[in-house]
Ligand binder design. Structure first.
Ligand code: VGL
Ligand code: ZN
Length: 208
């Protein structure tokens, strides 16, 4: 079975959101083409879903400003602006995303004490989200990943997919993804490639 995993295509990561990724909204049209014509059996979307007091928010750390480095549960942590708070418009999927074909939504980042860039597990690797179990139950053998942001949630999700689902062929769809930092994106792509994740463009998928 072929699955498409859309990472955090939410208002919060698009222009106008609380943690906007440059050009982030341009992934939505590509995602919709992939959802409709990419030949996927299963479509999954992750949703960054933080409580108001999430420990990745600079607002929770006196003296810290957004994008400073800090610490969370003993690990280095980027201090983010408050974003994707549960139940707010910032946490909703982009309004143009075709959610009608999404089979499973994986929320993440609900524990205030740890961040969860990956849709598969928390950054400290202590708790699993359940996504790996879902994909195994669906007998997924091909997993294509894209979305926001390439240098954070997309990269961590792709690497965890590679590590936690060794039988699955994992690909990163570059033109259906955007990142926060240009150098971060370059580094993320090299790291994914080194770990055996293929880098593809949506035209190749849509032409098949
Ligand atoms: C993300 C930073 C904080 C992401 C989520 O979706 O890449 N980045 N929370
Ligand atoms: Zn977040």
């Amino acid at each position: 079975m072929k699955a498409l995993l859309l990472i955090d295509m939410q208002n919060g990561f698009c222009p106008g959101g609380n943690l906007p990724v440059p050009d982030g909204d341009s992934v939505v049209a590509v995602a919709n083409r992939l959802i409709r014509d990419g030949g996927y059996d299963v479509v999954v979307a992750s949703q960054d879903w933080h409580p108001v007091n999430h420990g990745s928010f600079a607002s929770q750390h006196p003296g810290k400003k957004p994008f400073d480095m800090g610490e969370l549960s003993g690990q280095p942590q980027v201090m983010w602006p408050d974003h994707c708070v549960q139940g707010t418009p910032d946490a909703e999927f982009h309004p143009d995303l075709d959610v009608s074909e999404i089979d499973y939504i994986q929320q993440k980042g609900e524990n205030p004490a740890v961040d969860s860039y990956s849709a598969f597990r928390d950054n400290d690797r202590a708790a699993l989200t359940g996504l790996a179990g879902y994909l195994k139950a669906q007998q997924v053998t091909e997993l294509d990943i894209c979305g926001l942001a390439t240098d954070y949630c997309v990269k961590f999700s792709a690497i965890d997919a590679r590590d936690m689902l060794p039988e699955v062929n994992v690909r990163f769809i570059s033109d259906a993804s955007r990142g926060i930092d240009l150098q971060g994106v370059k580094d993320a792509i090299s790291e994914m490639r080194e770990r055996g994740i293929d880098i593809v463009s949506s035209d190749v998928i849509l032409a098949d």
